[in-house]
Every structure is written in structure tokens, then in C-alpha cells.
Write a protein that binds this ligand. Sequence first.
Ligand code: GLU
Length: 317
Amino acid sequence: MAGMGLPDKPVKGRFAPSPTGRMHGGNIFAALMAWLVAKAQGGTVALRIEDLDRDRSKRAFADQVQRDFERLGLTWDEGPFFQQGRDGRYREALEELRERGLLYPCFCTRADLHAASAPHRGEKLVYAGTCRGLSEGQRAARALERPGALRLAVPDEDIAFCDLIQGPYGQNLARDCGDFIVQRSDGLFAYQLACAADDADQGITSVVRGMDLLMSTPQQIFLRRLLGDAAADGVQYAHVPLMVGERDRRLSKRDHDASLDSLLDAYGTPQAVLGHVAYAAGLQEADEPATPEGLLQHFDMARIADYFPDKEQILWR
Ligand code: GLU
């Protein structure tokens, strides 16, 4: 099983913000947890700006998020690494997978996908494999109609790991996940591919992030293995509960009260904001200013799951 407890080599965590908007309480909480988990084990943190989606990513947000991390005391030891500029690496990764016969073009439209896929385990859609069996001739004919996406053909294999907060989690790739997209029909590399290649190349051994990505983890472990990452099975995972504005509705840009700017207006200093986030998350008893170092003094890795009675969501307050 991957990710059992504490790794035996130096711990390297990461912040992986997508520069598509300003930070809010939920992003700050996830970054704080990534920092605490790495530092509590004497580890380091890399900063990776996930600007894969060129249309939605803005340089101004990428600059801003770095300033915000700095102000909050969320320091990083390596990076920033950017996904833009790594197209060559992602292409090479796809080439490796293609040579092993693991990729096939998929011409399904969004409507086809919804018709052919059963929602499974929450919101994950399992691809029915519609385009897997197309002949070369059929592929050529379909390619004339519309560009294809590329899917990774997955085996009937269980991938399991033990999440430090969520506990044991696993998926059977064929049944619970299905063949998944590694390159979109518009040429954009898929998040799963970029994330796995980056985590592998950047030597990430500790992945701490929002609970919404728990179900992507088996895919990423599988991809890291395929890309020949010897560390793929020793990675430590902690998926933190999502901050929600109200039950079952995660914080978003619409929750202006939780945006970093509003928080700075309301609480005055970055330390007061960080302290408030830590308080809302149950990491400290009182709603008082805090620094990451200060919180680290009292942070108990062995009790990490106990901080969160509700492991899925935390009501923002
Ligand atoms: N870039 C993603 C986000 O900002 C995080 C991806 C990850 O941590 O793997 O939500």
C-alpha cells in the first residue's frame, strides 16, 4: 500500500496554487497544512504555480499568490516552478506512454461522455471505454470530423494508499476510474498528467491538499509509477477537509468575506488572518494572530486526523 505513515527519506511537500484568482480561506488553510506537515517532519516545501490552463491563468495572480504566501509567512524552499514552459516534458511523458501502447484517441463529445458514463463514487465519471476498441481505419475517419483527446487505457488493478487524514483509500482503476484523459482535444495537457510528472520530477514526497483531490490520487500514483518514478509508492498523502461557505458548498470567489483582501480588511494583519484561518480549522483554540512557526510549535503530526472531527468539510466562520 502506498503512503503508509511517515516516509523514511527527506520530506518534500509542495504548494500548488492555480493562478486563476485571489486566495481565500480554503486555499490558505490547505497551504498552511502543507507547510506544517512538511516542517513538522523537518522537511522542505516547493512552490509550483499550476498555470497549465493558459486561458484561465493570469500572470498577475501568479505574482500575487507569491506575495500573499510571503506575507502569511508560508515560506518555500524551492521554486517557483511553473507548468508553462514544461510542454516538452509533458509531451515526452505522453510519448513514453504511447510507445507502451497505453494511449488511444477519444472522439466522444461532452454529451457522449455524459450519456455513456455512470456517476460513481461521488462525482467521478467512469468512462465507458467507447473509443478504446476503434480500429485504425475508424480512428482515421473520426479524426477527420473532430480532433481527438488522448486517453490512458487503465488495467483492472487496485491502487490503495493510506491517507493521513482520510484513512485507507483505494480504487480499482478499471471499475472506479476508467480510462482517463491525459491530453484534451484542444491540445491542453490534463491536470493529472502534469501534476504526476511535476510531482515525480520535483521529488515531491508529501502531498497535502484539498479533499476534492482524494479521488484523483490513485490516477496520479499510477501515472508516477508509469513514468518510472521510484518514489511513487512512498509518497505521503493528507487530504484536508474543504472549507465550505455553507454545508456542501465549498468556498469560492463568490464568498467575498473569505477572500484574502476582505480578511485583511477585517482582521488587519496577515498574522491575524492566518490565526483566524487556523482557528476556523480547529488548529488553535482562540481566534488570535498566529504565524506558521508559532502554530508549528503545537502541531502534532501524530494527531493530524484528530484535528478534524468532520474529515470532509469545515464550515467557514
Ligand atoms: N492546483 C490545484 C489547486 O489550486 C491543486 C492541485 C494539487 O494540489 O494537486 O486547487
